[in-house]
Write a protein of this length. Sequence first.
Length: 281
Amino acid sequence: MKIEIIGVYREPEYSPGKVEADSAILDAVLEQLRRSGAETTALDAARFASGQFPTPHMVLAMCQGEQGLARLSAAEEAGAVVMNSALAIRNCYRDLLGAGLMRAGVPVPEGVVVRTAAPLDLKPLRTIDLSSPLYVKRGDLHALGPHDVQRVEGLDELEAILMRFARRGVQLAYVQQEAAGEVVKFYGVSGGEYFAAVSESGAHLTDAQKRALSHSAAVAAAALGLEVWGGDAVVKGDSFSIIDFNDWPSFSRVRTEAARAIARRSILHLRRHPATRGLSV
C-alpha cells in the first residue's frame, strides 16, 4: 500500500505576485516524495476545502483561507499528518503573530494590535514610542498588496493611515516599532532539517549572526507550531530583531535545498505516525 499525500496550493488572493513561486516549492516537494515512492496529488485550496475525496495519509498545506483551514483541521482530526497545521497557519495571522513571538521570548520590536476605526485609542499604544518611526501593518492576514504595510512618523500620520485601513475594510492593524539595520530573509524547516539566511543587500552574515538567528527562529517556529517557515529579521551588529514570520514561504532563493529538507521532514513524520509507521516511504 502506497502512502497518499495531498499538497494544497495557496489561494491566489493570499499570494500576491508569488503564485508561481509558491506553487513551485510545493511541486518540488511533491516530486521529491514521489521519488521516495509516495502517491501524490496537488489541489487548489477550493477543491481541497470541498472535501470531495478520502482523507490521505498526509496533507502538505500552503492554504491560508478560512475554508481551507477548516478542511485541514478536519483532515488532522481524521488522522492525517499535516504540515503546517491549521492552528500553526492561523498563528501567523498578524492579530496573533506578534503576541506569539513575544511569548516565545525571541527578540522582536515592540508592537500591538489596534482597531482602525476612529477615534484612536492611545491606551493600547502605551508600550510604543510614538515619537519614533513606526510600521503599520494589516492586522488580519499578511500583506496582500502594496498598501498593507506603511511606515509612519508621528501620531498624525499614524491616525491617517489607520483611517485609510478602516476605509478599505481592514478592521485591525499591527503597529510595530521600526527596527534599524540590515534586512535579512530567513527560511527554515523544523527539526534542524534546514536553515538559510539571505541579506536583502547581499551583505555577508557572520557565522555567529547566522547561529543566533537560526536559534531564535527555531524557537519562534516551535512556539507557533510551524514545521515549514520563513520570515524577516533586521540585523545590526551582534543584535537582531525578528520583524515578521510566515508559514511556508516560497523559498524561491533556496528552493532546491529547501524542497529536499521539507520532503525529509515529511517522511520522518510519516514514519513516526501510528497510522503510517509500517508503510513504505
